[in-house]
Design a protein around this ligand. Structure first.
Ligand code: VTB
Length: 331
């Protein structure tokens, strides 16, 4: 029996990330990380609460950086079915936004209740991510050189054709040295490894591989998107010190375990939306034009594999007549 077409919650999620991006984009380059994040969190919460669902936040970013947040365990939506887990990153790249740099985005994912990995207090994860062509070819336990060679083979490319995206951090110096020795090209980013992971599955970005240690919540969000885009991510928890490692073990986390994309999100019906705040390789940023603004989003669902690119025009005169979100503070 074939199924009837069912509700695609991703389309509703677009309004969530659009609202967050529109509110946050007002803070571009203003040097205030918290203000941009807070604006996105407030907008996101308002719109998520309007969706017909019984949602609970499993992955709310913010603890590590003491940022304003949608807190873990927070209930969202109207309370009616479906029961879903929610992962949010209202602004991935708060510093990028505060400095007006490329690639800050707003993201949210939904999946069946109980299907998302709960990162608990372990804020960092070692990750490797690729797009569809290299799915099944990576191995977090193999050397970086071997992974790069495997991706090159899978893409029928030479190693020096490949571009690896990696966070610019002291902890990555050995990784960066090895990538350079392999001959691959590097795109160093100061923040934003959700966007980095998604780029590997978005051919127009020119990025082939993400490697490095970044946020665990960001890893779960990336897994949700990569499942929709047929890419792959592998991870391993990365405690910052012996105390954190002991706490993790006490809570039952296996620090040796390779977390596959299915461990990070087991559902096969995932909904994901990302909207650009500042311009980037993945999505364009918010463009203001006096009477309104334009947004650019990618919206996807894992069951169907459909990825929609949505460019939307928003009009202040109409929106500000009823919206609680201060999209246009001058009105
Ligand atoms: C990344 C990045 C985020 O955290 O996950 C990073 O995507 C990792 O942590 O934008 P450190 O910054 O501590 O290295 C963010 O930068 C958000 O804090």
């Amino acid at each position: 029996m074939k199924e009837q077409p069912s509700r695609n919650l991703a389309l509703e999620l677009t309004r969530v990330t659009e609202a967050a991006a529109l509110a946050a984009a007002r803070h571009m380059g203003r040097g205030d990380k918290k203000a941009g994040d807070q604006a996105a969190v407030d907008a996101m919460r308002l719109v998520l609460n309007s969706i017909e669902m019984d949602g609970v936040v499993v992955v709310g970013e913010g603890e590590k950086d003491e940022a304003p947040m949608l807190y873990n365990g927070e209930k969202l939506g109207t309370g009616e079915s479906p029961q879903v887990d929610i992962a949010v990153d209202p602004v991935d790249g708060t510093r990028l936004l505060a400095q007006g740099r490329a690639n800050s985005i707003s993201t949210v994912a939904l999946a069946e209740r109980g299907s998302m990995y709960d990162p608990g207090p372990i804020v960092y994860m070692h990750k490797i991510a690729v797009g569809p062509e290299a799915k099944g070819k990576i191995d977090i336990d193999a050397s970086i050189t071997d992974n790069i060679k495997a991706v090159a083979r899978a893409k029928h490319a030479d190693v020096d054709d490949l571009t690896v995206v990696i966070l610019e951090r002291d902890r990555h110096q050995e990784f960066i040295d090895e990538i350079r020795r392999s001959g691959a090209r590097i795109r160093l980013i100061t923040d934003g490894d959700v966007s980095g992971a998604l780029m590997t599955a978005w051919p127009e970005s020119g990025i082939d591989l993400l490697i490095g240690i970044g946020g665990t919540p960001e890893g779960v969000l990336a897994a949700c998107a990569l499942k929709c885009m047929e890419g792959e991510i592998q991870g391993r928890l990365y405690p910052r010190n012996e105390e954190e490692a002991a706490l993790a073990r006490e809570l039952g986390y296996d620090l040796e375990k390779v977390l596959t994309i299915d461990d990070l999100v087991s559902s096969n019906d995932i909904f994901f939306s990302v909207t650009g705040i500042t311009d980037g390789e993945l999505v364009e940023g918010v463009k203001f034009f006096g009477t309104g603004a334009r947004t650019h989003s990618l919206v996807m669902r894992s069951q169907s594999g459909t990825v929609r690119e949505i460019t939307a025009t928003h009009r202040w005169e109409k929106l500000m007549a009823y919206s609680q979100i201060p999209y246009d503070p001058s009105r």
